[in-house]
Design a binder for this molecule. Structure first.
Ligand SMILES: C[S@@+](CC[C@H](N)C(=O)[O-])C[C@H]1O[C@@H](n2cnc3c(N)ncnc32)[C@H](O)[C@@H]1O
Length: 280
């Protein structure tokens, strides 16, 4: 119980500890699959049955379709793979031959391996306990790098962009969505930002807007194919959904975590979708 306060008061963002502490708890699950992204909501209403679950899978599809993942892809990487839900989905639904999920949370990976085995894809989907800022993969060995709402945690995003560029083959694609934490512009935002950075495990080095995000992807060597701000299709409807949930749904989370997370619902985030390509 006291680990949460320690996390919130800590000097450094530590996503591995954050997700190990959360364990398999999630606000809503798809069957026994915990969900850990905010979802993509066009055509989905908060009041629909399984709304968050549908939105989460729509976000996975948006990212996979951005890179046009298909059965010719021999190696797909999911950077910051959570419970492996997307890795399994991309193998089954988009037909990638092999998908590797990378995560710093051992607890999440245990669930991910079990899920892949239950889905009958263990021979095509594997998981690595590693940081995507130091990938244990050979140069040019990957066709597609995907990342769903995870890069804001990476220490730093730029280190990840450099690693993604290194492991992709020439012509390989990077497709991602990510929460953008712009710098605070008022007193309350400066106060709220500290809670946001600690409770969501965001390194201070990742506090910048979408323009800077795109510039850093380009500086890593990528050609930008598409980029847009989709905050109105992700964060805004997710916030509406969460505010309409009965309290018993929310108290599955740790009390101290909720206490430290409230500025999360108020901070002026953006949310980027980006597709890039490693030049031939
Ligand atoms: C918000 S969750 C999203 C998970 C998943 N992509 C999804 O949408 O279901 C962020 C994930 O990134 C992982 N993560 C954070 N920092 C990481 C790093 N440096 N390397 C690999 N994974 C990391 C966390 O452990 C967590 O699983």
């Amino acid at each position: 119980m006291w680990l949460w306060p320690r996390l919130l008061l800590s000097r450094q963002a530590d996503p591995g500890t954050l997700y190990d502490l959360r364990g398999d708890r999630a606000i809503e699950g798809a069957g026994d699959v915990p969900l850990v992204n905010m979802g993509y909501w066009p055509g989905i209403k908060s009041s629909d049955d399984g709304a968050l679950q549908r939105a989460c899978y729509a976000l996975f599809d948006l990212v996979a379709q951005g890179a046009n993942v298909n059965p010719r892809d021999a190696a797909v990487l999911d950077a910051g793979c959570g419970f492996g839900t997307n890795a399994v989905h991309v193998a089954l639904r988009h037909g990638a031959q092999r998908v590797t999920g990378v995560n710093v949370s051992d607890v999440q990976l245990a669930t991910a391996r079990r899920r892949a085995s239950e889905a009958g894809v263990s021979d095509r989907v594997d998981f690595l306990l590693a940081s995507v800022t130091r990938l244990p993969l050979a140069d040019g060995s990957v066709d597609v790098v995907l990342s769903v709402e995870a890069a804001f945690h990476f220490d730093t995003r730029e280190a990840f962009f450099a690693e993604a560029f290194r492991v992709l083959r020439p012509g390989g694609r990077l497709s991602l969505v990510d929460l953008i934490v712009p710098p605070a512009t008022s007193l309350w935002q400066r106060f709220g930002l500290r809670f946001v950075l600690r409770s969501q495990a965001v390194p201070e080095a990742n506090v910048y807007g979408i323009g800077e995000f795109v510039r850093r992807v380009r500086a890593a060597g990528f050609e930008i194919v598409e980029e847009e701000n989709i905050v109105d299709r992700v964060f805004a409807p997710f916030r509406r959904w969460i505010l309409t949930q009965p309290p018993w749904v929310l108290i599955r989370y740790d009390f101290f975590y909720l206490l430290g997370s409230w500025p999360y619902l108020l901070y002026p985030f953006d949310y980027v979708r980006l597709v890039a390509r490693k030049p031939d």
